[in-house]
Design a protein around this ligand. Structure first.
Ligand code: PHE
Ligand code: ZN
Length: 881
């Protein structure tokens, strides 16, 4: 574990390295406790650098066994080696030389899951961001592009399969039960994209012919016996490959594309060149074991990693400050892919819900940072919703501003201009300026400035002059170390909705530039006047969520109701209803705090009924509309002095009100949606299940409904329905005989399947109420739980701390106590996973004073622990600052 040195890395300190490594030859002699790595590095002095400039390579916990330059062993006085650094102070004066290094590592002891480690007896690597330096000394930075040739030697029985990046060049026997394979990747790449996998795995194979006729062999490697479960992932891969050709004109560039699923993985998946490594959770699926959400995630993540081949691999990042260059852009691409494969409107609504649930609280709390950060202590902590999700929104806004044609032209220019390079955000923006002749310097603030901008809007209509006016004011709240903000360029898509639900045509607009249904906000205040508007419209703002902002619109409730029924933009329709729900929930919270029972307008429950039964709407859309804002969403809107118990009680009251008012209709619809026939994971079938399961959740809020959920559970023919029923039982009828029986039945059936048991842990960890902390403690002793496997830790403890508001924020601090203990225990093995877990308290300052004090104590007790990892210290100190 790297303990914190307090070192801060700054964007402005970037400078190119003195040396380059055009070629890298690696030999691995694999063995669990003593793997030997021989690296033969071709080192080249960069033009203009002084002869004899010291060569300094990065390491992390390494043991050097041998070192030679151009075949000559170095004397001890010629170099200095520590576990973390190798310095050769007087390298040869020739412009090019060969440095040979021998290091020894112990994959079986690697529990941080960075570098070379073992997962279920399979050797695998994870090098992003700085894991390669745990394998050999190197210039471990993304602007060092090298051509890799990798020789792997291993025991044939233990590891019949030997994989690395690129194409297989040679393989053979070594005698003594050992064998070897040599892989060559012709594309220069940064060290973070290096990968090796060796072990005994099953495979499914397929092939793909690219648009220009190149044959690509596809392989997905999984645990023996699970091959069948990789079929959906393979299908998603082929669809991704075709889509990237059709939509971006991008083809795959090697003869082989392999994916390996491993069960111990810190993140979702990794885009190593030609050899993606996946958390098995995002590969393995069938209807028995995976929910519709799992299928959608697999499709999206398979696409995401595949799309990185161009956005990330062929064009990589100059330094880690540019992380969003590959991540934001690739998320944008995977979002577009899913939108094309499924329902665009439904996909957009889910994206926005995710952004609000994960990125908004980050942007509005102590961990806020710009999409392109300027400083970091630990780069692992910047794989955030801001870099990924907001980064994607920024790319989407570029497309909104330029229009689809110029956006594509800019992307083409990006690939043409920067292929084979390590680029920056400035390079990316420049291509769009060049193809459009627009000045994007104000827009660029989206990359440089943290915080969620807010627009305050008031409207007025003058029938006499047929003028409709929008007064729009922007503000960007202060964020850590950025107290003064500059004004942003916000593309605000809008519509003026007339009484018939159709968008009104208007004569002209002045006060801001208005093009193609988008108002370009650039100043603090705009008064936008639309002429030729004789009837007062309902104004639909931020259509399609054209900008990642918050809106405060002074709007009559009847306009909001009207938009929820009639807006032609499906996203805005959803938004209008969601805003009504959210306002009702905030009012309910205030009532609960004041000791009063919440009251809801009749119109709200009635509208919920109308939406549920509206045959013109997709099932999935109806399901999303009927899903109430979550407790965390409500808390975020309230923003201060949160009592999670009052939030919960208010939400329960609205659920019950809607359920009671629509009891008969919901029951009838629920029965009608009971799908017979064979299972299909497609979007339409998933949408039908989603609506039925949302109805189940409402019906489960009614008295005497445990039997309904129990029947849903026993009658389920797929995991989506089974998990929904188990959730309804465990959350709405906790402790009931029905709930206990279903939990036990589920456990009996899936005991041997860790990924399914994760759902069992999750559902229990998310059960609302003060008793759950004890249940979670007990489950940590369950034989299926493990503190070393990231998926287990996230399912049980991660769910509890991030998705259980009433349980985690128990007023006596018992939830925080469990949090502290677990974070510190996980940190000993895996600092990265611990640091992520620790972000669960990032919004602690929004809590009411009692909980706030307890949360602060918990954070302080972590920060006062000696020898914290850089990962955890960084998160905890920023959270407390
Ligand atoms: N680069 C990976 C992805 O998004 C994420 C990742 C980061 C995985 C760091 C492992 C380690 O697609
Ligand atoms: Zn990515």
């Amino acid at each position: 574990m790297r303990t914190d040195t307090g070192q801060v890395f700054r964007l402005e300190d970037y400078r190119p390295s003195d040396y380059l490594i055009p070629e890298t030859k690696l030999t691995f002699r694999l063995s669990p406790d003593q793997t030997v790595v021989i690296a033969e590095l071709t080192i080249e002095r960069r033009a203009g650098v002084d002869r004899g400039a010291a060569l300094v390579l990065d390491g992390d916990g390494l043991m050097l066994r041998g070192i030679a330059i151009d075949g000559r062993q170095l004397a001890a006085s010629d170099y200095g080696a520590t576990p973390d650094r190798l310095i050769i102070s007087n390298p040869p004066s020739e412009p090019r030389f060969k440095l040979t290094l021998e290091t020894e590592i112990a994959p079986s002891k690697n529990q941080a899951l960075m570098g070379l480690y073992r997962s279920n007896r399979v050797y695998c690597t994870q090098c992003e961001a700085e894991g390669f330096r745990r394998i050999t000394y190197f210039l471990d930075r993304p602007d060092i592009l090298s051509v890799y040739t990798v020789r792997i030697e291993a025991d044939r029985e233990e590891a019949p399969l030997l994989l690395s990046n690129g194409n297989l060049a040679e393989s053979g026997d070594l005698g003594d039960g050992r064998h070897y394979a040599i892989w060559h990747d012709p594309f220069p790449k940064p060290s973070y994209l290096f990968a090796l996998v060796a072990g005994n795995l099953g495979v499914i194979r397929d092939s793909f012919v690219t648009a220009s006729g190149r044959d690509v062999e596809l392989g997905i490697y999984v645990e023996h016996g699970k091959e069948r479960l990789a079929a959906y992932a393979m299908d998603a891969l082929k669809r991704s490959m075709r889509w990237d050709e059709e939509v971006f004109g991008l083809e795959y560039d090697l003869d082989v594309f392999n994916i390996v699923a491993v069960s111990d993985f810190n993140m979702g998946a990794m885009e190593n060149k030609g050899l993606n490594v996946f958390n098995d959770k995002y590969v393995l699926a069938d209807e028995e074991t995976a929910t519709d959400a799992d299928f959608a995630n697999i499709e999206a993540i398979i696409a995401h990693e595949y799309f990185h081949n161009w956005t990330g691999n062929r064009i990589t990042c100059r330094d880690w400050f540019q992380l969003c260059l590959k991540e934001g852009l690739t998320v944008y691409r995977d979002h577009e892919f899913s939108a094309d494969q499924r329902s665009r409107a439904v996909k957009r609504i889910s994206e926005v819900r995710t952004l609000r649930a994960h990125q908004f609280p980050e942007d509005q709390g102590p961990l806020a940072h710009p999409v392109r950060p300027r400083r970091y202590r630990e780069i692992n902590n910047f794989y955030t919703a801001t870099v990924y999700e907001k980064g994607s929104e920024v790319v989407r806004m570029i497309r909104t501003i330029l229009g689809p044609k110029l956006f594509r032209k800019g992307m083409d220019l990006y690939f043409e201009r920067h292929d084979g390079e390590a680029a920056t955000i400035e390079d990316f923006l420049k291509v769009f300026e060049d193809v459009s002749d627009r000045d994007l310097s104000q827009f660029a603030l989206w990359y440089h400035q943290a915080g969620t901008p807010n627009l305050t809007v008031t409207t007025s209509h003058n029938p006499a002059t047929a003028e409709f006016t929008l007064e729009i004011e922007q503000s960007v709240p202060p964020t850590p170390s950025e107290s003064r903000k500059r004004l942003m360029h916000i593309p605000l898509a809008f519509g003026l909705v007339g009484p018939d639900g159709k968008d009104l045509a208007y004569g002209g607009a002045e006060g801001a530039s208005v093009e193609n249904g988008v108002i370009h906000i650039r100043k603090r205040r705009h008064v936008v006047r639309f002429s030729g508007v004789s009837e007062r419209p309902a104004v639909s703002l931020n259509r399609g969520f054209s900008a990642p902002i918050t809106l405060s619109v002074e709007q009559r409730p009847e306009d909001q109701f009207f938009l929820a029924r009639h807006d032609s933009d499906a996203f805005s329709r959803w938004q209008a209803f969601n805003t009504l729900l959210s306002e009702a929930l905030i009012a309910a919270f205030r009532n609960k705090l004041g000791g009063k029972e919440p009251e809801f307008s009749e119109g709200l429950a009635e509208l919920a009924g109308t939406i549920a039964g509206d045959e013109a709407l997709e099932h999935a859309f109806r399901a999303l509309a009927l899903t109430l804002p979550g407790e965390a969403d409500i808390a975020r809107e309230i923003s201060a002095n949160i009592d999670p118990d009052a939030v919960f009680a208010g939400r329960e009251a609205l659920t019950a009100t809607i359920a009671k008012a629509n009891r008969d209709q919901f029951s009838a619809l629920y029965r009608q949606l009971d799908g017979k026939g064979p299972f299909s994971p497609d979007a339409a079938s998933a949408g039908r299940r989603a609506l039925r399961n949302v109805l189940l959740d409402y019906l489960s809020a009614l008295d005497g409904s445990a039997a309904l959920a129990a029947a849903h559970f026993t009658g389920a023919t797929n995991m989506t329905d089974r998990a929904a029923a188990l959730t309804a039982l465990a959350h709405r009828h906790p402790g009931s005989a029905e709930a206990r029986e279903a939990l036990a039945a589920f456990e009996r059936k899936y005991r041997a399947d860790p990924l399914v048991m994760d759902k069992w842990f999750q559902i229990q960890a998310a059960t609302p109420g003060h008793g759950t902390v004890d249940a979670v403690r007990a489950l940590m002793k369950h034989p299926g739980f493990s503190m070393t496997n990231p998926n287990r830790v996230r399912s049980l403890v991660g769910t509890f701390v991030s998705a259980n508001q009433t349980g985690f924020h128990r007023p006596d601090g018992a939830g925080y106590q469990l949090f502290v203990e677990t974070v510190l225990a996980v940190e000993k093995r895996n600092p990265q996973v611990a640091a992520r877990l620790a972000t669960a308290l990032r919004s602690w300052r929004s809590l009411e004073p009692g909980r706030q004090a307890k949360a602060r104590e918990a954070l302080l007790s972590i920060s006062s622990t000696p020898n914290l990892s850089a990962d955890l210290r960084d998160i905890v100190e920023r959270t407390l600052a």
